[in-house]
Design a binder for this molecule. Structure first.
Ligand SMILES: C[C@@](CO)(OP(=O)(O)O)[C@H](O)COP(=O)(O)OP(=O)(O)OC[C@H]1O[C@@H](n2ccc(N)nc2=O)[C@H](O)[C@@H]1O
Ligand SMILES: Nc1ncnc2c1ncn2[C@@H]1O[C@H](COP(=O)(O)OP(=O)(O)O)[C@@H](O)[C@H]1O
Length: 292
């Protein structure tokens, strides 16, 4: 069984408050993009999960989210068969693009199908939050408003079609570090998530781009100025706007024109500001489904 685990970007990211347990209440507009990892899942008679991957630097033991997510369902349903899973990573790792979360989501969808567990999308999403705050959204996919810690989801009108330029600088940023250094209860400003949502209802790409903001940049940009440099580079090469995705450090820019986007992509590669550069598009074939 082969599945695609799609990446996400955050079109807007606001933090409402820090909870007593250290987690943060957020309001985010999430968007799936056409960049994916590939999971091949096979059943085996002996118990246990054997995971292989094309990247030597990510864990293949129980610390891999694919492993955790599969185990969660196998244990709940008392399944004694095991799994052989090959994961081909294309989504940049530790990038703010929910790569690991999306792999976990695909694994849950795959196990549900393979063992005919009969769980609905909603039932999978309820279990998925135990793996990570972004995992329920990765099961749902499409354009969505995420609240709570990211697990309370409402579908939004699909994002208008556009080109998405992705630039990941060669640095690592820990999500935990970013949230801890935000001082969420004393923020001077908030992102206009309602304005962003209104832009989606109006199908107004420029209006949406004009409202894109990420409060987590207030932590990452002072620590890693290259993030601002990549944003500036994209904007000076015709992006409608550019922003950091999630907790970073990946920056994405939106373009309404194919030629401008391709040129900006070439120039960004030349600049060497970003270690990984990709040009892709918005994914919006309805929510959920389309896992092949
Ligand atoms: C920032 C966002 C935006 O989409 O994504 P990424 O940058 O990871 O893609 C998410 O809020 C990240 O979601 P996810 O990466 O699933 O988070 P988890 O694994 O559950 O948590 C990692 C760490 O982030 C912090 N965390 C996460 C989510 C949240 N709402 N509040 C938090 O404070 C906690 O310190 C937690 O220990
Ligand atoms: N399937 C997976 N793919 C990538 N990283 C994983 C996976 N499972 C666990 N990890 C660990 O999670 C960390 C964050 O990965 P990732 O999900 O790519 O980040 P982000 O949430 O910022 O998009 C990695 O450094 C890696 O050690």
């Amino acid at each position: 069984m082969r599945l695609r685990a799609l990446a996400k970007i955050n079109l807007g990211l606001d933090v409402v408050r820090r909870r007593e347990d250290g987690y943060h209440e957020v309001r985010m507009v999430m968007q799936t993009i056409n960049m994916y990892d590939q999971l091949d899942i096979k059943r085996k008679k002996a118990p246990g999960i054997v995971l292989t991957t094309n990247l030597p630097y990510i864990p293949t033991n129980e610390n891999n989210l694919v492993n955790k997510a599969s185990r969660l369902l196998l244990e709940e349903f008392n399944i004694h068969d095991g799994l052989v899973i090959n994961l081909r990573k294309f989504i940049p790792v530790a990038a703010g693009m929910a790569g690991g979360s999306s792999d976990a989501a695909a694994a849950m969808v795959g196990v549900n199908r393979m063992f005919r567990l009969g769980l609905s999308q909603q039932e999978l999403m309820e279990r998925a939050v135990a793996i990570g705050a972004d995992v329920p959204y990765c099961i749902m996919r499409g354009t969505a408003l995420a609240e709570g810690i990211g697990e309370r989801l409402s579908a939004l009108p699909p994002m208008p079609k556009c080109y998405v330029l992705i630039g990941k600088p060669g640095i690592s940023v820990s999500t935990k570090f970013v949230y801890e250094n935000l001082h969420a209860n004393d923020l001077a400003w908030h992102v206009d998530i309602d304005g962003l949502v209104e832009g989606l209802y109006k199908k107004d790409l420029r209006g949406i781009a004009g409202k894109m903001e990420n409060v987590l940049e207030t932590v990452t940009i002072p620590n890693y100025p290259v993030i601002q440099e990549i944003k500036n580079h994209m904007k000076s090469h015709g992006a409608l706007n550019a922003m950091m995705s999630g907790s970073g450090p990946t920056v994405f820019g939106l373009f309404d024109n194919d030629k401008t986007a391709r040129n900006a992509c070439r120039q960004l590669k030349k600049s060497r500001l970003a270690k990984q550069v990709f040009l892709t598009t918005i994914f919006n074939n309805g929510n959920g489904g389309n896992y092949e």
